[in-house]
Design a protein around this ligand. Structure first.
Ligand code: CA
Length: 280
């Protein structure tokens, strides 16, 4: 039997020595913003994330986090929820309202499913209950960074190599007057442009790849988030609510992101759904 951590094993290849001089497609260190008011936790996080090859900026409050995000580009935000001043919830809410799609990993001391669900609803991409094991934290960070790379680069590479994505889906998908650009993380509708978070794009892509087929919440959690045990499946429902707001004419009467009772969800493109060529 494989260990429960098998899915994280490949993350080892993503880690790299700090400031390595390697060439040939190795990215520069990811820049992480750690928002944590407990000093010993913050310093421990910085030490270990730096040792894993990342650049780290520490701030102690939500206000400072928003200021930092305003002034620099980060690859990932590690966000404590209970902060002095505005809460982590408010930070992620304001980020998304301003169109900031930087991936957010919530660190929640309480580990309460309500917190997790609320955080994901507001636009966070993943979460980790405290206390957490270092290896799990590093794996989650690598996973989110890898998904960012996927969103921005891997699909292009795969397309160049095979003429298509590994799963047979072009980087664009067009239906019902909307164009979804998976690697650019946005939906175009006329003049309107709707930014997607990485997890929103991943979830949408997963459902579209399986269009017409019901997909269970459990499979979505496992395959899209890489989560296994006792995760609250309401997290999925909250993402679907978000996606319906983007894609449905009437989110209360969904025609594309359809609830399948007792199972989960399925994507129905309607009449005019088709993969849109990117011109290649
Ligand atoms: Ca705190």
């Amino acid at each position: 039997m494989s260990t429960p951590e098998t899915s994280f094993a490949e993350d080892a290849s993503v880690r790299r020595p700090s400031q390595g001089s390697e060439s040939g497609g190795v990215q520069h260190p990811a820049h992480l913003l750690v928002v944590e008011d407990e000093v010993h936790i913050a310093l421990g996080l910085r030490f270990n994330l730096q040792a894993d090859g990342h650049r780290v900026t520490l701030v102690e409050s939500g206000e400072d986090a928003l200021t930092a995000l305003d002034g620099a580009r980060f690859d990932l935000v590690l966000l404590d929820l209970m902060l002095p001043g505005i809460s982590g919830f408010e930070v992620v809410e304001r980020m998304r309202r301003q169109g900031d799609r930087t991936p957010v990993l919530i660190l929640t001391a309480r580990g309460r499913s309500e917190d997790i669900v609320h955080g994901l609803t507001l636009g966070a991409d993943d979460y980790l209950p405290k206390p957490f094991e270092l290896a799990v934290l590093l794996a989650r960070v690598s996973g989110l960074l890898r998904r960012t790379q996927w969103a921005r680069a891997e699909l292009r590479v795969a397309q160049q190599a095979t003429g298509d994505t590994p799963l047979g889906l072009p980087v664009c998908y067009e239906f019902a007057g909307k164009v979804i650009l998976f690697d650019d993380l946005k939906i175009l509708e006329g003049d309107r442009e709707i930014p997607l978070t990485i997890m929103e794009a991943s979830l949408l892509r997963y459902l579209i790849e399986r269009q017409g087929k019901p997909v269970s919440r459990k499979n979505l959690l496992e395959d899209v988030w890489g989560l296994h045990e006792d995760t609250d499946t309401r997290a999925v429902d909250n993402f679907i609510v978000r996606l319906r707001r983007y894609l449905e004419v009437d989110p209360q009467e969904p025609r594309h992101l359809i609830t399948v009772r007792g199972v989960g969800y399925k994507f129905d493109p309607g009449e005019e759904g088709k993969p849109a060529s990117t011109g290649a």
